[in-house]
Design a protein around this ligand. Structure first.
Ligand code: PMP
Ligand code: GLN
Length: 381
């Protein structure tokens, strides 16, 4: 049987490749972004409770109302932003589905989407599978991945349908500032360009930084899809639940796509999150929790020959290995998984042209014992 591939140049995602290799070789897995510790027992109790209560059938297509209300409340409390639970908030199967459903909803054949690279790996395939074209703005470690807004402006054409951004950013750990948001507003003023804002690490942001979303700019809010996920905030990446915040007209089109992609998401988990969100400390405490992890990991790495700038947010730390070797990052990530016993993600995979800046990404959403052990091995290099 022959199948004509719609993604002829795409292999298996790097996260699967590296996690599989780590499992096969018994390496410490600091590659794929997921915690190796459990979520709150309270959250597990809540899921059990709702399952036992019989909440086991289809949820409404847009998500259960108490969860949409809880998200509306949290967004209003934290950012003074109003999204109506009825028609501006939708629960989806993780941020991955949110992103895919947005692309499906907005892209017409030949439309362009501006993507900052390094870019999270699902963005470009989601654009291309929906008939769009990615237009790249390449960020570089030489200027600490700063965005040149004149360059972004120069990429805008009459085909530009959207700009996708990530804050806090995976893999660089960089966070948008208010100035960035203002620049984005200025260069897209009086255009109908949509902003797709991936904010899955919204609460994992360090050193007193404030999370800045394009939705906080009144003009941008009208054109912005905010993409969220409970996976990172609540240590539940395997539950695959996320959400989309967007003005009514955008949400209506989003839901038309979402209803054919998954229809609805697991019911008892939604009820559990609805209850859990009522206690703000459950999501606010994650900031300090991960800042401590970042600091511990960075401290344990201090005697090493790596160079790095501490992550501003996310649970990833990038390090440059230029002082150790000039081997290609992909080969090195494989080699060190096998020979040193620490798995990482090579950054070149997040660039369209596979630019190799000799940088690896380590995930520090791991227990202290694993982080210390990994750092000990890395310090010997
Ligand atoms: N966006 C970014 C930046 C991510 O790092 C991830 C990985 N968790 C996702 C989206 C996908 O999130 P989810 O697991 O909720 O699908
Ligand atoms: N977001 C996670 C990471 O960046 C992994 C998600 C996935 O495996 N698809 O590592």
């Amino acid at each position: 049987m022959q199948i004509s591939s719609k993604q002829p140049n795409i292999g298996t995602t790097i996260f699967t490749v590296m996690s599989q290799l780590a499992a096969e070789t018994g390496a410490l897995n600091l590659s794929q972004g997921f915690p190796n510790f459990n979520c709150s027992p309270k959250l597990i109790e809540l899921v059990n409770h709702h399952m036992k209560k019989g909440m086991n059938q289809y949820a409404p297509m847009a998500g259960i109302m108490p969860l949409r209300e809880a998200i509306a409340q949290k967004t209003a409390d934290l950012y003074q932003l109003n999204y109506h639970p009825n028609d501006e908030i939708t629960i989806a199967s993780g941020c991955t589905e949110v992103l895919y459903a947005i692309m499906t909803a907005i892209i017409h054949k030949g439309d362009e989407v501006i993507v900052f690279e390094p870019a999270y790996d699902s963005y470009v395939p989601s654009i291309e599978l929906n008939g769009g074209k990615a237009v790249y703005v390449t960020l570089s470690p030489e200027n600490n991945f700063a965005i040149d807004w004149n360059l972004v402006k120069s990429k805008i054409t009459d085909k530009t349908k959207a700009i996708i951004l990530t804050t806090p950013h995976n893999p660089t750990g960089k966070c948008f500032t208010q100035n960035n948001i203002n620049s984005l507003a200025a260069i897209t003023k009086n255009t109908g360009i949509f902003i797709i804002s991936d904010e899955v690490y919204e609460h994992i942001i360090f050193d007193g930084r404030k999370h800045w979303s394009p939705s906080m700019h009144p003009e941008l809010k009208e054109r912005t899809f905010v993409c969220g996920s409970f996976g990172k905030t609540f240590h539940t990446t395997g539950w695959k639940l996320g959400y989309c915040l967007a003005p009514k007209e955008l949400t209506a089109e989003f839901r038309k796509a979402h209803q054919w992609i998954t229809f609805s998401c697991p019911t008892p988990f939604q009820y559990a999150f609805a209850d859990f969100l009522k206690e703000p400390d459950n999501y606010l405490s994650v900031t300090q929790f991960y800042q401590e992890k970042r600091d511990k990991f960075n401290n344990w790495l201090k005697p090493s020959r790596f160079d790095w700038i501490p992550a501003e947010g996310s649970f990833f730390q990038m390090v440059s290995y230029k002082k150790i070797t000039d081997e290609p990052d992909y080969d090195l990530a494989i080699k060190w998984t096998k020979e040193i016993g620490v798995a990482s993600i090579p950054i070149s995979v997040f660039y369209s042209e596979k630019i190799d800046n000799k940088i690896l990404r380590f995930c520090f959403a791991k227990d202290d014992e694993m982080l210390e052990k990994a750092a000990e091995k890395l310090c010997k290099l």
